[in-house]
Ligand binder design. Structure first.
Ligand code: SF4
Length: 218
């Protein structure tokens, strides 16, 4: 699936989402790529089995026009937020991602936008990428994962090595200038309460919000 919804641990089609929840707003998700600069030990890509009709494994990455067509067909009266997420790192397609965020903002200015990211796009592109999101995102959710660079690398197996943690934190701080809500996340069952308390302190020091994600939460 390229554009999909989520319900109680399941990735579902938009039609199925409307059947299960005929009223009210919901988030819809856009799956642009399966590529990622990390290989996290807890990544659902390697753990979750999926039915053919609802798999997030892409046979081929969709073009911007293909995603626009799918977005055009979405039930917008029932959409409160569009989240770029999926089974991979959306910033691997940074220009396409920005074009699609702009498309959502132009066509549905009342709908919120969010990016779920590993926060390593500065390292991917060798520049400060936070300004790219100015005016395009309401929320950026960045995976903090750990309270120190060694543990972070152990968990994420980032292709950029030990510099990754500091680069991700610097990106998060820069995003505060351009994105109204900057949220850092840590997965509940991956880290213990002591580690989560340290993550909370790191966020507090930097004026960032921490969200403890339930494993499998979108
Ligand atoms: S950053 Fe996300 S998509 Fe990439 S390996 Fe980690 S959990 Fe998977």
């Amino acid at each position: 699936m390229i554009v999909y919804a989520y319900d109680k641990g399941e990735y579902i089609t938009l039609e199925e989402s409307l059947k299960r929840q005929p009223e009210g707003k919901r988030a819809i998700y856009v799956n642009l790529t399966n590529r990622c600069t990390c290989s996290c030990t807890f990544c659902l890509r390697s753990m979750k089995k999926m039915a053919e009709e609802t798999t997030l494994w892409l046979k081929k990455e969709p073009t911007v026009a293909e995603v626009q067509a799918l977005l055009d067909a979405a039930p917008w009266d029932y959409v409160g937020e569009v989240v770029f997420c999926g089974f991979g790192e959306p910033t691997e397609r940074l220009e396409d991602l920005k074009n699609l965020l702009a498309y959502v903002k132009q066509t549905h200015s009342d709908v919120l936008t969010r990016l779920n990211t590993n926060g390593l796009s500065d390292l991917s592109y060798g520049r400060d990428t936070a300004p790219d999101f100015k005016g395009l995102l309401d929320t950026i959710s960045i995976s903090l994962n750990a309270s120190n660079k060694e543990r972070y690398l152990e968990l994420t197996r980032s292709r950029f090595g030990i510099q990754s943690y500091d680069a991700m934190l610097q990106f998060a701080q820069r995003c505060k200038q351009y994105v109204p809500n900057v949220v850092l996340t840590v997965v509940d069952h991956v880290e213990d309460s002591e580690e989560i308390a340290k993550c909370r302190a790191i966020c507090q020091e930097r004026g960032l919000t921490l969200r403890v994600r339930v494993y499998e939460d979108s």
